[in-house]
Design a protein around this ligand. Structure first.
Ligand SMILES: Cc1ncc(COP(=O)(O)O)c(C=O)c1O
Length: 354
């Protein structure tokens, strides 16, 4: 069955918000007024296959050739463009479980035969390269992972990614959360070999989702094929968005630092919460903007419905990650809201789970 919608995205857009919103995934919104200098605006520009200054800024950030860069409307479109270019209907794809649901939705939409490999909570959601090897068949065309892992924020080491790259099929790594490793930020897996295809954007860690500044990193011939396929979709990018994205790249470190303080403060509160609470468990990470919690007793959907009703607090149900005993909470938006949301979650765990 080919679904033409995403239940998760619809829920996120219409039902996720609450006064104490823990149902976020990235940092809060970066205000335009805080950019030190605005570029001269123009409506149209020379961007048939992407605006060169933006491609150069992305290429510089990652230490790659601009010919390897394909710009796209967010990581969402970057993923779709990569899948649609790499895959034909019926091609087998191996993707981690749990994962960001839209990846599975997009793969199914392009007609891929989607197979899974487990990232187990009891193993800290680590990728088991041997398990992936065992799951590969002669029909496997692509392996798909997120790094940092959504929903858990677990970081996969370069050595493990290299191991995936040695298995044969191409490897797509969605790195939209990777820059939320604030110290010794790992380089992109693109450098691990020509079989790697990377997707990313300025959405989750930089707070400029409205610019839809996403991109794919791929070998030049593949990048060219993606630009050609994009002629059927977006044709050309939105030029004012490109100009503003270049301005954000010129201040990238400062924009990231602005949210780092919030993410780090939130993580300290989260640590105390996880150390204290016995009704939930989670893999604790030092990085990232999300945490995936297991509710040890009772049903998550009912729990979250009453959490919203009685405590005005929201979180993302684990069913959207095919893990119905779990729920995901997000950091990096507003520290007082986060602390109060967790306080209310604690109260509700006490009231609800007895
Ligand atoms: C792993 C992953 N990839 C992509 C996206 C979409 O990113 P963007 O807003 O850049 O389209 C998300 C959003 O939650 C995500 O979690």
């Amino acid at each position: 069955m080919r679904y033409k919608y995403s239940d998760y995205m619809h829920w996120a857009k219409t039902r996720s918000r609450a006064r104490f919103n823990l149902a976020t995934s990235g940092v809060g919104p970066f205000p335009l007024a805080e950019l030190p200098a605005l570029p001269p605006m123009e409506i149209n520009g020379d961007n048939s296959y992407g605006y060169q200054p933006l491609k150069q800024a992305i290429a510089r950030k990652h230490g790659v050739d601009p010919d390897c860069v394909v710009t796209a409307a967010g990581t969402s479109m970057a993923n779709y463009l990569a899948f649609a270019t790499l895959l034909d209907a019926g091609d087998e794809v191996l993707i981690e479980h749990p994962t960001y649901g839209l990846l599975v939705d997009a793969l199914q939409y392009v007609g891929a035969d989607v197979k899974r490999f487990a990232r187990r909570e009891e193993e800290g959601y680590a990728i088991d390269v041997d398990a992936v090897r065992r799951a590969i068949t002669p029909r496997t065309r692509l392996i798909v992972v997120t790094n940092l892992h959504n929903p858990s924020s677990v970081l996969t080491a370069e050595e493990t990614l290299r191991g995936l790259g040695d298995l044969g099929p191409r490897v797509l790594v969605d790195e939209v959360y990777l820059d939320a490793v604030y110290q010794s930020t790992p380089r992109t897996a693109f450098h691990l070999g020509p079989q790697f295809v990377i997707t990313n954007s300025l959405t989750k860690v930089y707070g400029v989702s409205g610019l839809r500044c996403g991109w794919v990193l791929a070998q030049p011939d593949l990048a060219q094929a993606m630009w050609r396929l994009n002629d059927l979709f977006a044709a050309t990018p939105v030029h004012p968005g490109e100009l503003l994205s270049v301005a954000v790249f010129a201040n990238l470190d400062a924009v990231r630092e602005r949210f780092r303080r919030i993410v780090e403060a939130d993580r300290r509160v989260l640590r105390e919460f996880l150390d204290r609470e016995t009704a939930v468990s989670a893999v604790k990470t030092d990085f990232g903007t999300t945490c995936f919690l297991r509710l040890l007793r009772g049903g998550v959907d009912d729990f979250l419905a009453s959490l919203r009703e009685r405590q005005e607090t929201s979180a993302v149900p684990g069913r959207f990650f095919e893990m119905p005993d779990h729920f995901r909470i997000g950091m990096g938006v507003h520290s007082e809201m986060f602390a109060e949301g967790l306080r209310r979650l604690s109260l509700h765990l006490r009231d609800d789970v007895q």
